[in-house]
Design a protein around this ligand. Structure first.
Ligand SMILES: [Zn+2]
Length: 256
């Protein structure tokens, strides 16, 4: 079985001193490739280094809505420069977060829009973070209509899921799919077209049940995959095959 964790933050201090062991456990757990996602300039640079130094890791670069207030021509040029490095497979995570509102909303929308345009110009896929901002995320994506989009750790409702499928956008499911009282998510996972589903950990955050509350890591992805297979009434092996093929196609990566 081959699994791809399409959203991890292995560069964070949570993994300090344990990185090699985490990677080893990932390998033992059939995780063959990992997309390490940048959220500011520093983490984007670290993701690029991780990708350079580890065969199985790929990187994305981008400025998260929390960090949007730091945006300016200097950061923009850095992101464009970094995006050209080897094994940088997408722009992200970018989007809107009206839950924590760490940057003002107008700034978030502008920085989101600008980065969509950067990705379009580069012909790169986009990893979207959307929290409590579904309407504006949909509106801005409609406005710019990028082709290659994944809604990471999908948390929207059925309306947003159906809209995404119509646009040919991917949904990536994380630990929350295993949490209780999440009929909306289960519904989205059930109705998703086979070619638009991926899985992720978003580690160190959002560990799946039964490991909820612990620091998450790529090897825990199995629990999310099992839940997804249950919902879609197929084998875990088949689900792994489907989500891995989708991730390789979406991020244009080849077999290890
Ligand atoms: Zn993330």
């Amino acid at each position: 079985m081959e699994i791809i964790d399409t959203h991890a933050h292995l560069d964070l201090p949570d993994f300090k001193g344990e990185f090699e062991r985490v990677l080893k456990r990932a390998k033992e757990g059939d995780i063959c490739q990992i997309i390490n996602v940048g959220f500011d300039l520093e983490s984007s640079s670290r993701s690029v280094s991780l990708a350079q130094n580890n065969r199985e890791i790929f990187a994305t670069v981008g400025i998260h809505p929390h960090e949007a207030k730091k945006w300016g021509s200097e950061i923009k040029n850095w992101i464009i420069e970094l995006s050209d490095r080897e094994k940088v497979v997408a722009i992200g995570e970018i989007g809107l977060d009206y839950y924590r509102d760490l940057s003002d909303r107008q700034t978030q929308r502008e920085v989101f829009s600008e980065q969509i345009e950067i990705a379009k110009n580069l012909g790169k896929p986009i990893v979207i973070h959307s929290r409590d901002a579904q309407g504006d995320v949909m509106r801005i994506l409609e406005e710019h209509s990028p082709e290659l989009v994944v809604l990471h750790c999908f948390s929207g409702d059925t309306l947003m899921a159906e809209w995404a499928f119509e646009k040919g956008y991917h949904l990536s499911f994380g630990g929350p799919l295993t949490y209780p009282r999440n009929e909306r998510l289960e519904m989205a996972a059930a109705i998703a077209p086979e070619d638009l589903i991926m899985v992720e950990t978003d580690c160190p955050y959002l560990s799946p049940v039964p490991l909820r509350g612990r620091r998450n890591e790529p090897s825990y992805i199995r629990h999310t995959l099992i839940k997804l297979a249950n919902i879609r009434e197929c084998s875990v092996e088949k689900m792994a095959g489907i989500t891995t093929a989708n991730a390789r196609r979406f991020f244009s990566i080849t077999n290890p």
